[in-house]
Design a protein around this ligand. Structure first.
Ligand code: PMT
Length: 412
């Protein structure tokens, strides 16, 4: 990943209203340091926090704030500006601008430019943690992601309002690095990546099932990050209410046995398997044909063990005449994270395991996570961040390890 990947790239930086708007000044400098040609558009509310003059000085270009600027429209009109941009980045992106983008509004210069431009759009959200977690904000973001919008961050930590949580603007260097990744060489060009995600549901009768708390967010983020790196991605998803990431082929399944069948069918065609699904270890021995009725007595369910999909794939990772499948497992642990995960890495003969702590609101269903990557002879800690940001770092690590011979993989 090199920042020179941004050299001569024409970047339109949109700044929306929020206390983090002052950080966009630093971002303007960092983008120019990376060689990008930067023009800045402020929303009216952004101009209440920071002055256009600041950005004019830093970008070396006139700054626009309004669609109704007669002089500007006479010179470089908004359509020219939309055509000029090779990349649009909105940082900070407020909850309001995200909502307006999701609904295709064109009620100010910035949103009009986003609609009028064919340039890929990246947004770096910044807002109060409660606003970030709100279902409306998350639904708007999901919609934007399905349209191929890159969501960079946010980071977690203490906020200007005194709250602590997710919603801080990513640091300028991190935004520049993420943009450079998109414009740099693709790390998995042409690789065929199979990803499993989400929970499995094991039916008890026609109305009840045994499931788990997985939302699919982590696995879907991994699928998106792999596609961004140029891989052909096939996603096997348990029941998850999430949109399919752009460029990913998806197959929906319900039970562990359905997931097992779908994965084993795809395995011969894949180069990398990433098992992020929370697969049910057990299922009811028998599924009742009709709804079970109350009898007043204790009801006992007899459970049968499900196939261990990852272990079975591991047994077939070596294929005559082809490179071994690169195998990545996840480990969901409530205690002894590193020891438990390393035991799974060794027992299942994996190339890499991604350990995360679950329970008490961590790991499952949350929008952010914290990961410990373990491989034979090495490890890397990925601090708490949005699942997509973590997935992107994970894919960089996978590509790096896969490029090295197994015996010479780096330690950290
Ligand atoms: O979906 P989210 O809400 O975003 O939550 C993400 C997550 C917590 C589910 C995810 O990060 C995660 O940890 N996934 C793996 C959960 C799990 O099943 O862990 P495990 O330690 O029980 O299993 C170890 C590995 O074996 C996993 O890669 C799992 O996919 C695989 N496995 C497990 C059982 C089984 N029968 N077959 C399997 O292949």
């Amino acid at each position: 990943m090199t920042e020179s990947a941004l050299a001569n790239l024409r970047v339109l930086l949109g700044v929306s209203g929020g206390i983090a708007a002052y950080k966009a000044a630093e971002l303007t400098r960092r983008l120019r340091d990376a060689g990008a040609d930067v023009r800045v558009v402020l929303t009216e509310n952004a101009a209440r926090f920071v002055t256009p003059l600041t950005f004019q000085a830093l970008s070396g270009q006139a700054v626009r704030t309004s669609l109704w600027d007669e002089a500007a429209e006479a010179a470089m009109g908004h359509i020219e500006l939309a055509r000029w941009a090779q990349r649009i980045v909105i940082a900070p992106a407020s909850a309001d601008v995200i909502a307006r983008l999701a609904h295709g509004r064109a009620d100010d210069l910035l949103t009009t430019l986003c609609l009028a431009s064919a340039a890929p759009l990246a947004i770096a959200p910044a807002m109060n943690q409660q606003m970030w977690a709100h279902a409306a904000t998350q639904a708007n973001l999901d919609l934007l992601r399905t349209r191929g919008v890159d969501v960079l961050g946010p980071a977690s930590g203490s906020q200007a309002c005194g709250d602590v949580g997710a919603g801080r603007l990513l640091e300028a260097d991190a935004i520049v690095a993420e943009l450079a990744t998109r414009h740099g060489p693709k790390l998995l060009d042409g690789a065929r990546v199979l990803v499993s995600a989400g929970p499995t549901y094991e039916d008890i009768d026609p109305v009840r099932f045994i499931g788990n708390r997985s939302s699919g967010r982590m696995g879907f983020a991994v699928a998106q990050a792999a596609a961004e790196q140029g891989a052909q991605v096939h996603l096997i998803a348990g029941p998850a209410h999430l949109p399919t990431p752009a460029g990913v082929t998806r197959c929906d399944v319900r039970s562990a046995r359905e997931m097992h069948a779908a994965i084993m069918q795809q395995i011969p065609q894949c180069d990398i398997f990433i098992s992020a699904a929370a697969v049910g270890d057990y299922r009811p021995g028998e599924v009742a044909a009709h709804k079970l009725k109350k009898t007043g007595a204790t009801l006992r369910l007899v459970l049968t063990e499900n196939p261990d999909i990852l272990a079975e794939v591991a047994a077939h990772k070596t294929r005559p005449g082809k490179p071994d499948i690169f195998l990545v497992g996840f480990a969901a642990e409530t205690q002894n994270l590193e020891t438990g995960a390393r035991a799974k890495l060794e027992r299942k003969k994996l190339d890499l395991i991604v350990a995360n702590r679950v329970g008490d609101g961590a790991g499952f269903d949350a929008t952010d996570n914290e990961l410990l990557l373990l491989w034979p002879g090495g490890k890397e800690h990925l601090p708490r961040a949005d699942k997509l940001a973590l997935a992107r770092s994970l894919l960089v690590r996978i590509a790096g390890l896969r490029a090295q011979p197994a015996g010479r993989r780096s330690k950290r």
